[in-house]
Design a protein around this ligand. Structure first.
Ligand code: GLU
Ligand code: ZN
Length: 316
């Protein structure tokens, strides 16, 4: 594996809840990629989703990472302290008429969207407010509105893990929100501003975010910033095939830790799930650096069963 000291990646926990085994797997992959190449790791706390941010969760996430044996070279960079940067990015998009004020409520969008959409999936924005110019926001002062980005880019990119990815406008969701009505930046904008400002060259994250990537690439281009590479890795799911959640037992890292499970045991399970070890046996994160291979990770989600948890001596 070649050395690439210019590689910069990041760990970006959202302190909206506890970090669990699913988060840990993505963090491990991200960290190993950087450490194997001799690159850098930035820690960023994505805490601008304020109503859902839990007190103490950012500190807990850092404790969890340290416990796993994962470190970082820069940060923590805290998004809630960087609002001025996001505001200036929004101002650039406004000046170029790349965003417009949108007064639609969630239910307006749902009703206007022609295609049926699955539960939990955002409906495609039908363009109701796309006729507006940025300056029209002045006249909307007393009405809540969001800023939406005019999506026109073709949505194809090469994923370092998945290969060529092409998504339709429907799959991307059409024009998307970059600034929420509560005077706060949306994830799509803050993540692009920060990944660029933090010099991130390779974003590794869960594949639930694949559909966000074309939106973010469109923002890189609109803001004239160089885009990073992306590697979207499979998530951890429960036996029912759904994303790891409370109903699958307590898989919080803090719970495993209080139950006396060693971090090497957790890393051993994750390493086996990624195809780097043939058996589930304890190993420290740093000892995995030479075994790491992105291409060896199975493309399907990792199904975490109660039996596997029992194998590591845990009855969540
Ligand atoms: N903060 C996000 C999360 O914890 C990650 C966003 C990203 O990696 O772009 O799910
Ligand atoms: Zn609208």
């Amino acid at each position: 594996m070649s050395f690439d000291a210019s590689l910069v990646t990041r760990l970006a926990p959202s302190p909206t809840g506890a970090q669990h085994l699913g988060n840990a797997r993505t963090y491990l992959i991200t960290w190993l990629l950087a450490r194997q190449r001799g690159g850098r790791v930035v820690l960023r706390i994505e805490d601008i989703d304020s109503p859902r941010v839990k007190p103490g969760a950012a500190e807990q996430a850092q404790d969890d990472l340290r416990w796993l044996g994962l470190d970082w070279d820069d940060g923590p960079i805290v998004q809630s302290q960087r609002l001025a940067l996001y505001e200036s990015a929004l101002a650039q998009l406004q000046a170029r008429e790349l965003v417009y004020p949108c007064t639609c409520t969630r239910s307006d969008v749902e009703q206007a969207a022609s295609a049926p959409h699955a539960e939990g999936v955002e409906p495609v924005y039908p363009g109701t407010c796309a006729f507006r110019r940025a300056a029209d926001a002045e006249a909307l002062r007393d009405r809540p509105f969001a800023w939406r980005f005019r999506l026109s880019e073709p949505a194809t990119f090469t994923d370092r893990f998945r290969g060529a990815v092409t998504l339709s406008r429907e799959e991307i969701g059409g024009d998307f929100v970059v600034w929420k009505s509560q005077r706060s930046p949306a994830y799509q904008l803050s993540v692009v501003v920060d990944d660029a400002a933090n010099g991130v060259t390779c974003v590794v994250r869960g594949d639930d975010l694949v559909a966000s990537t074309p939106r973010q690439l469109a923002l890189y281009s609109a803001l004239r910033l160089p885009p990073p590479e992306f590697a979207h890795v499979p998530l951890v799911v429960g036996p029912d095939g759904r994303r790891l959640a409370k109903r699958h037992g307590d898989t919080r890292l803090s719970a495993l830790r209080s139950a006396g499970i060693a971090p090497e045991t957790v890393i051993g399970l994750l390493s086996w799930s990624c195809g780097w070890q043939d058996r589930i046996e304890p190993i420290a994160a740093r000892d995995l650096i030479r075994h790491f291979a992105l291409a060896r990770i199975p493309p399907k989600p990792f199904v975490l069963t109660p039996e596997l948890l029992e194998t590591i001596g845990y009855r969540g």
